[in-house]
Design a protein around this ligand. Structure first.
Ligand code: FAD
Length: 365
């Protein structure tokens, strides 16, 4: 055989595997069905602004080894995610912290904020929350729920909060400090010049074929290499024989605007139900670039059907059971490894994918 490994998919998982296996002397072919590299972390240069084409991507991790690893492929800036919520034209800081509590209730000290939250929770005696609405109110009270959670969540899931299961919100982190940093992680940033360069560097010197769908020539592709690393959808690999795993999808609407600064922040969430998008991203604020124009993206949650871009797996019992059946098939494969978010039907952040890919490579004898 010409190749030791066929890698299906040029996202973070496939590309790290390709890079690490090449270093170990293996001969690799990577195929990618899209017309570009990098999977969902793909960023496209638009006159100096790096546009995150598949949704805003902010790198964050507590794992120093992962941080050091990704920094080998690009220099990262000091971007700190501090999203803002817009509810009926009033602005609130996120995540829920002393700034938010001041904006909501005028409270100025942690003691006052804690008392206010307790008072709100006590207004409703919910012992066993039966749905997401009851769960959220029992955790945080009615004001925060109605202003900052309800509409956003209903748009995100396409269902009323009273029809959503309580487990979607297990806990709602609140901070009694004036700290708008969304992530608690030690390391955070955005690669200067975007994410695509990271994947390009990983794939230097590797045979890559774009616009090549594994399934268009499945039988031939299965014969191309001694082993396969597959990062596409697991249910599709098995011809949806048990049915399709479900997702939520997204629709992105990009707009170029002839002003240098549209909203003053990278991410603004729209938390009222009546506005159909969940957030507006202004890409230039990830990179701190100075240009006369700006590019914004409105993010609309969508129902998903086979053929649409799959973004968020639905973590309910039905899909968990279905995935288990596909996983049993995958576990029997001797020459094919299933990795990454689509093959494992799991929402992973980038740092999880790096860890998983490196663990997998290190497990190869
Ligand atoms: P992918 O990037 O999806 O790569 C899979 C690749 O395989 C794709 O290029 C696909 O085209 C290709 N492929 C699939 N099927 C075939 C086939 N049949 N033939 C050939 N090629 C195929 N993570 C963070 O850490 N921070 C964030 O801020 C963040 N924001 C996110 C925002 C959104 C809206 C979403 C959806 C995800 C976000 N993530 C974020 C998660 C991040 O996108 C993933 O962790 C990462 O992209 C997963 O990499 P992957 O290689 O597993 O999958």
């Amino acid at each position: 055989m010409k190749y030791d490994y066929l890698i299906v998919g040029s996202g973070l998982f496939g590309s790290i595997c390709a890079y690490e296996l090449k270093k170990r002397g293996y001969k690799i072919l990577l195929i990618e069905k899209r017309d570009h590299l990098a999977g969902n972390i793909y960023t496209e240069d638009n006159e100096g602004i790096q546009v995150h084409k598949y949704g805003a991507h902010i790198f964050h991790t507590n794992n120093k080894a992962v941080w050091d690893y990704i920094n080998r492929f690009a220099e990262f800036n000091r971007f700190t995610n501090s999203p803002i919520a817009n509810y009926k034209n009033k602005l609130f800081n996120l995540p829920f912290n002393m700034n938010t509590f001041y904006q909501l209730w005028g409270v100025k000290t942690p003691k006052e904020a804690k008392a206010k939250i307790e008072e709100q929770k006590k207004l409703y005696h919910i012992e066993n929350p039966k749905n997401l609405e009851e769960q959220a109110i029992s955790l945080i009270g009615k004001d925060i729920y109605e202003i900052l959670i309800k509409g956003y969540t209903e748009k995100q899931w396409g269902r009323k909060a009273t029809e959503l299961p309580p487990f979607i919100i297990n806990r709602l982190p609140v901070r009694f400090t004036f700290d708008n940093n969304y992530f608690n992680d030690k390391y955070q940033g955005i690669p200067i010049g975007g994410y695509t360069q990271i994947i390009e560097k990983m794939l230097e010197g590797i045979d890559v074929e774009l616009n090549t769908d594994f399934f268009e020539n499945k039988e031939k592709n299965l014969e191309l290499a001694n082993k396969i690393i597959y990062t596409g959808s697991i249910d599709k690999f098995y011809d949806y024989q048990y049915g399709a795993l479900e997702y939520r999808s997204l629709h992105f609407e990009n707009e170029t605007i002839n002003e240098s600064n549209y909203q003053g922040n990278a991410v603004i969430n729209y938390t009222e139900y009546e506005i159909p998008y969940t957030r507006i991203i202004e890409h230039k604020h990830f990179d701190y670039v100075e240009t006369d124009h700006t590019i914004i993206t409105k993010e609309y949650p969508r129902d998903w059907k086979i053929g649409d871009e799959a973004y968020y797996p639905i973590n309910d019992d039905k899909n968990a059971t279905l995935f288990k059946k596909y996983k049993e098939l995958a576990d029997q494969e001797k020459l094919i490894h299933f990795g990454g978010r689509l093959a494992e039907y799991k929402y992973y952040d980038m740092h999880n994918v790096i860890e998983n890919a490196l663990n997998f490579i290190n497990s190869i004898k």
